[in-house]
Write a protein that binds this ligand. Structure first.
Ligand SMILES: NC(=O)c1ccc[n+]([C@@H]2O[C@H](COP(=O)([O-])OP(=O)(O)OC[C@H]3O[C@@H](n4cnc5c(N)ncnc54)[C@H](O)[C@@H]3O)[C@@H](O)[C@H]2O)c1
Length: 413
């Protein structure tokens, strides 16, 4: 269905529903030497807005081999999805995601719904020949994530690709941390300390939303924000977590609207395939902490430290320097030579949360254009899912050491 001229639904409860037009909507005109790529996005709230911003801006800042046509947004309520299409910049809308699968003008399905629909939408889209970007965590269970990874493998044989949306890999400071670690600047990595601290449900009167229901979200802080630090840590270290010992807690079980069936917080020890040891903490009850994704990595040759609440900065300590002047140096990650930053602003002109999604869109399009598989893959998402499942299994069994199933020469028994 096309979005009415001006794109915005008339306001007020008595406004008529938008007119449906049978006229074929105009697709985006490809930029010189690029091909048109039609995107259909499912879900238009928090992540839907962030992804829309990315699709709107990626051609304006990056040289990518496709011109994005924001072809269709999907929601279940016609009035709301029409308003969302206008506000976020989508050309048409649908009220059932299955409609995307039959549309020739849709090349990519972008899944921005809660975890309980990721597997069904992503598998159907891949099987229909659509490329897929799926928000994290990949799924609500290992079984779903395995089925999605199998669908991605089948699709790849036909040239169709899939990627999971761990956008924090696209924070320039985190991408730089990955580059420095891979270049050996830390020597042998021994310690990883990862935290993701928020406080948005500390009020017991905060109502039950889908994020607090196991059947919708899979798990609580563990899958929502713990998944991010698991992916970020594995990305920087370059190895999978092979075993964990976990502890979860739900401090506030009864909320307006019903009973909480997920964790408020999750803590665990972990070991990487190469032998490094790690601590992880994910909580939504850390009063005063709003979005503190913190990473510290200590190696034989130095350390790195990062805090998302100061996301343009990376701290780096090089072991062995003159003690008189040695210390953590603050790298302002805004130089054109830093990951992604050449496309943005002059040095010192900071970027924010939304830029990570544009950077993510750029990486996806670059991979698609070069015929390579975008990263992180569904297999990467499955590995994160296995870590989450191992943490839950361990927490439910006196925190006993639990394998993630990832291969290692250094797994603790
Ligand atoms: N990468 C990140 O930093 C980040 C941040 C927040 C959320 N997420 C992830 O993004 C996903 C969505 O989270 P959110 O915060 O945007 O949730 P949200 O509640 O803000 O939005 C969910 C949207 O999905 C729609 N929806 C639900 N079921 C649908 C269906 N069957 N068909 C069509 N639309 C449907 C809802 O109407 C809503 O528009 C989750 O997997 C979440 O874990 C990622």
């Amino acid at each position: 269905m096309t979005v009415p001229a001006g794109g915005v639904t008339p306001a007020g409860p008595s406004a008529d529903p938008p007119a449906r037009s049978a006229a074929a909507p105009a697709a985006a005109q490809p930029l010189p030497s690029t091909r048109r790529l039609g995107v259909g996005m499912v879900g238009y709230a928090f992540m839907g807005a962030a992804h829309s911003q990315a699709w709107r801006s990626v051609n304006r800042f990056f040289d990518v081999p496709f011109t994005i046509d924001m072809a269709a947004v999907v929601g279940r309520t016609e009035r709301s999805v029409t308003a969302a299409a206008g506000k976020l910049g989508w050309r048409t809308y649908e009220t059932d995601w299955r409609a995307l699968l039959d549309r020739d003008d849709i090349d990519v399905v972008d899944v921005c719904t809660p975890g309980d629909s990721h597997a069904e939408i992503a598998i159907a889209a891949l099987d229909a020949g659509k490329h897929v970007i799926c928000e994290k965590p990949l799924a609500n269970s290992v079984a779903e994530a395995e089925a999605m990874t199998e669908a991605a493998t089948r699709a790849q044989a036909r040239g169709t690709v899939a990627m999971v949306g761990f956008n924090y890999r696209r924070v320039p400071a985190i991408a730089l941390a990955c580059e420095l670690t891979a270049a050996g600047m830390l020597g042998t990595v021994r310690h990883v300390r990862a935290q993701y601290l928020q406080d948005w449900i500390v009020d017991p009167d905060f109502p039950l939303t889908w994020r607090l229901q196991r059947e919708r979200a899979g798990s609580g802080a563990l899958g929502d924000i713990g998944a991010h630090i698991v992916d970020a840590a594995q990305f920087i270290v370059g190895e999978p977590l092979v075993g964990v010992s976990g502890l979860t807690e739900t401090f506030i079980r009864d909320r307006p609207g019903g009973t909480v069936t997920v964790d408020d917080c999750a803590l665990f020890l972990g070991r990487f395939g190469g032998g490094a040891v790690a601590t992880f903490e994910a909580t939504r009850l850390a009063t005063g902490r709003k979005n503190a994704l913190r990473l510290e990595i200590n190696g034989s040759g130095g350390s790195l430290a990062f805090d998302l609440e100061e996301m343009n900065e990376l701290r780096f300590y090089r072991h062995g320097e003159d003690p008189a002047t040695a210390g953590f140096r603050r790298i302002l990650v805004t130089e054109p030579s830093h990951p992604y930053m050449g496309a943005w602003w002059p040095p010192g002109h900071l970027i924010g949360y939304e830029h990570t999604f544009t950077n993510q869109a750029r990486d996806f399009l670059s991979a698609l254009g070069s015929g390579t598989a975008p990263s992180p893959s569904f297999a990467d998402g499955l590995q994160v899912q296995r870590v989450l499942a191992a943490v839950e299994a361990s927490a439910g069994n006196r925190s006993v050491w639990t394998s993630t199933g990832a291969p290692s020469g250094a797994e603790q028994t």
